[in-house]
Design a protein around this ligand. Structure first.
Ligand code: NAX
Ligand code: K
Length: 509
């Protein structure tokens, strides 16, 4: 699913008015009707007090139209206007008149801190103050209003976006933002919904297709793409009937150190579980028994050194290298790593200590083959690109690194982002239980496995990240977030692929 910028969404609005020959007022009415229907479906006429706060732009216009529908259906609605400017939008004004025609009274105007109404924990708050038109930080008594809403337990529903949140640009520190429990967002989710410093304000969210011009949306270059189940289905490559293991490639996991052989086992195991035809683990000599008893499917190649990797020689042809899990940063390993990546000519996957070595010896970055995949968590990313002030800057720095060295970055997090040049793919599977030791080793093994099976590196990364998260979601159903561990994610890779093509309703019954 495409994620468009606030500016693109405004252009899509305009294109829609033209192509569908409707007025902006009619579009607003369509939007309000769709939000109302969803709220009505859930509330089912419940006599709960609903406080709808409306701004003076089109987000406020949406709020007024939603309020009108709710009042007409017998809901207990009080409508407030945050009277922060004389510049009211035309469609706001139309809906301001219309609601008065229904209630025979004007909504309540809020002009200062003293006007902020009491909000009970049992109320429902609808936030229609600012949407994509927010153009400066919210301050003064409006910030106090946001604070008052956030201080209650009242269930808060945001219209299009939580007010105060910017859709796709850097959010100034300590901005006043409404913390929504649920957000009905229009046409496409916004980039800020997926960023670590702003995503929590959105609560759960639901994308409402408001029927914006498909021709505009199709040609628009998205600022990011959300990888949903449907997108993952389209990337999946089914196997052919007449095949043999040679068709599914060979992964060599260069991993492990005397105290971190588990990383090597998890990485190689995930490469097998994700479907590689053959997997070899290149490990310190003493790790042989550990590897062979843990994973009977995996072959081993042993370093001369008992405890660390000291000279990585791989006497096989045509393989995909995954390097880094648990290798440590001993001096011998650093030079072995440099030699090993220099020798590679096709894309490799670099994780964990491999990334730390790259961060310490930046000259090695030039030796990384084009289209290789780097899978940093935030600590590793910071070592590679330096500190950032906000998530927008984090993403910009990752894009720069990706372009400079022609590599693909997998930025691990709640919504892992795969960055290839200016293209960003945001993952939509996974859960907080996956923040656990070894989870990254499994991911690196999976991505290498998919490259070995013939997926283009970028799609291997995007699909690997999705299946990794989906496997974690399946594990969490039986083990909770707390019981989720890396080896279980690996064991559920196959189940996650199956689940991609199951009818979700059938599997729930
Ligand atoms: N064509 C339409 O009528 C549609 C409207 N839509 C709605 O329109 C919204 C965008 O509407 P607008 O562009 O009018 O923008 P908003 O309603 O988000 O807000 C803009 C207004 O707030 C003022 N403002 C911005 N930041 C402020 C601040 N920090 N403090 C005080 N005032 C501030 C602006 O000067 C302007 O008057 C979307 O989020 C969506 O809710 C969508 O429903 C799509 C269709
Ligand atoms: K809003």
């Amino acid at each position: 699913m495409k994620i468009l910028s606030a500016q693109q969404l405004a252009q899509a609005d305009q294109a829609t008015l033209k192509s569908q020959n409707i007025t902006s007022d009619e579009l607003m009415e369509r939007v309000a009707q769709l939000v109302f229907e969803r709220m009505h479906q859930r509330l089912n006429g419940a006599p709960v007090p609903i406080k709808i706060f409306c701004g003076i732009g089109n987000n406020g216009g949406d709020g007024l139209a939603i309020a009108r529908h709710m009042i007409q259906h017998g809901y207990h609605v009080t409508t407030y206007i945050t009277n922060c400017s004389k510049h009211r939008s035309d469609d706001f004004l139309k809906n301001y008149e219309r609601i008065k025609d229904i209630t025979k009274d004007w909504p309540i105007l809020l002009d200062c801190k003293d006007d902020i109404p009491a909000i009970d924990n049992g109320d429902i708050v609808v936030d229609a103050i600012f949407g994509t038109g927010l153009n400066r930080p919210v301050d003064g008594w409006m910030a106090d209003l946001f604070e008052a809403i956030n201080a209650t337990q009242a269930f808060t529903v945001a219209v299009d976006m939580p007010s105060g949140l910017l859709a796709d640009t850097a959010q100034p520190e300590n901005s006043a933002i409404i913390k929504a429990d649920h957000t009905f967002t229009f046409q496409t989710p916004k980039l800020s919904f997926f960023q670590v410093d702003t995503g929590d304000f959105v609560g759960t969210f639901e994308v409402i297709d408001i029927g914006l011009d498909p021709a505009y949306i199709n040609q628009a270059q998205p600022i990011a793409t959300l990888i949903t189940r449907e997108a993952a289905q389209n990337i999946y490559k089914p196997r052919k009937k007449f095949t043999h293991k040679g068709d599914y490639g060979h992964v060599v996991c260069v991993a492990g150190h005397e105290s971190t052989m588990g990383a090597a086992v998890l990485c190689a195991g995930a490469a097998i579980n994700a479907g590689a035809g053959k997997v070899t683990a290149y490990i310190p000599n003493d790790g042989d028994i550990i590897m062979q008893t843990s994973l009977p499917e995996v072959m081993t190649l042993l370093d001369d050194d008992d405890h660390a990797l000291s000279d990585i020689r791989i006497p096989v042809k045509d393989y995909v290298m995954c390097i880094g899990p648990g290798i440590g940063q001993d001096d011998v390993t650093v030079s072995a790593f440099a030699k090993a990546i220099k020798y590679q000519s096709s894309p490799i996957v670099i994780d964990a200590d491999g990334l730390n070595i790259l961060a310490n010896k930046r000259a090695f970055l030039k030796e990384v083959p084009a289209q290789s995949i780097l899978t940093p968590h935030d600590g590793e990313l910071e070592r590679l690109v330096g500190k950032w002030n906000n998530s927008t800057e984090r993403l910009e720095k990752a894009k720069e690194l990706s372009k400079k060295y022609d590599v693909i970055l997998v930025l691990k997090g709640a919504h892992t982002m795969t960055v290839s040049g200016d293209h960003v793919y945001i993952n939509d599977s996974g859960n907080p239980g996956m923040a656990t030791a070894g989870s990254g080793d499994v991911l690196a093994g999976m991505i290498s496995s998919l490259i070995a099976q013939g997926y283009e590196p970028l799609m291997a990364a995007v699909f690997g990240v999705y299946i990794h998260g989906a496997a974690g979601d399946l594990v969490a159903q039986s083990y909770a977030h707390e019981g989720l561990k890396a080896s279980l994610i690996s064991n559920f890779i196959g189940a996650a692929i199956l689940q991609l093509f199951r009818n979700p309703e059938a599997s729930n019954s």
